[in-house]
Design a protein around this ligand. Structure first.
Ligand SMILES: N[C@@H](CCC(=O)N[C@@H](CS)C(=O)NCC(=O)O)C(=O)O
Length: 243
């Protein structure tokens, strides 16, 4: 059976990482049985989660996990899409994972109140005497990553404006469709769902979340995806699960 290495439930979500949630939805879409292991971070091949172990083969990174599932199990998670639609799906995936994601990291890790409500909990297992030092060092590393990405060089209002533009684009493309590319979910829905859920996560007070909350279609979409892929959940990120 496939093992998915993730962080585990956090921030009121199935996993605190949108990339892990994406990978989990991809596994569900692929119809492959899996189990979750939350103890693998220290052995992560690329120093990040998620990664999977599939009969001894370890695959790191949610996109490579998708490609592995499609190749090994001979499925096309974009079945029914034209080349044009596949290109659109890929472009949105990149916008959300490589752009919107970093605005969420900014909101969660640099704002003290949000940090206390969210990421600070990751450090619970660190021995108390050294915990403040570890927290300080990791937050400094995250700020460095935000600067290296580029998003961390902007002012808070500029970051919000960029995030809102991506959210508006996602909402506009979704429009009145049940799923991101049409009447049935395809691969990109795993990404859009995971990151919209992360954006709407009610424990964080951010203008980015407010920008997402303005779009009723995004909230209904999250509820629809939850009903399909997390049937045990009645609610996620403030959205009622409903088909
Ligand atoms: N491109 C990777 C991104 C994964 C990622 O950024 N994971 C974050 C959690 S959301 C992580 O493990 N960060 C730990 C670190 O950077 O030390 C993917 O698609 O899986």
């Amino acid at each position: 059976m496939i093992t998915l290495y993730g962080f585990g439930p956090g921030h009121g979500l199935p996993d605190s990482s949108p990339f892990v949630m994406k990978a989990e939805v991809l596994l569900k879409m692929a119809g492959q049985p899996y189990r979750i292991d939350t103890t693998g971070f220290s052995k992560a091949p690329k120093g990040k989660l998620p990664y999977i172990d599939d009969e001894g083969e370890r695959i790191a990174d949610s996109t490579f996990i998708r490609w592995h599932l499609e190749k090994k199990y001979k499925i096309d998670l974009d079945r029914g899409l034209s080349d044009d639609q596949r290109a659109t799906a890929w472009a949105f995936e990149r916008a959300v994972e490589d752009h919107l994601y970093w605005t969420l990291v900014y909101a969660r890790w640099t704002d003290d109140a949000n940090f206390d409500k969210g990421p600070r909990h990751f450090f619970r297992a660190v021995p108390a005497p050294i915990r403040p030092l570890v927290v300080f060092a990791v937050r400094r590393k995250v700020r460095g990553a935000l600067r290296a990405h580029g998003i961390g060089r902007h002012s808070p209002s500029e970051i919000t404006a960029l995030a809102a533009r991506s959210i508006d684009a996602v909402a506009a493309h979704l429009g009145g469709k049940p799923f991101f590319m049409g009447s049935e979910p395809v691969g990109v829905d795993a990404t859009i769902f995971a990151f919209v859920v992360g954006t709407l996560c009610p424990i964080f007070e951010t203008p980015i979340r407010s920008a997402a909350e303005r779009h009723e279609n995004l909230k209904r979409y999250v509820g629809r995806m939850a009903a399909r892929f997390y049937p045990d959940l009645r609610e996620i990120a403030g959205c009622q699960a409903a088909a």
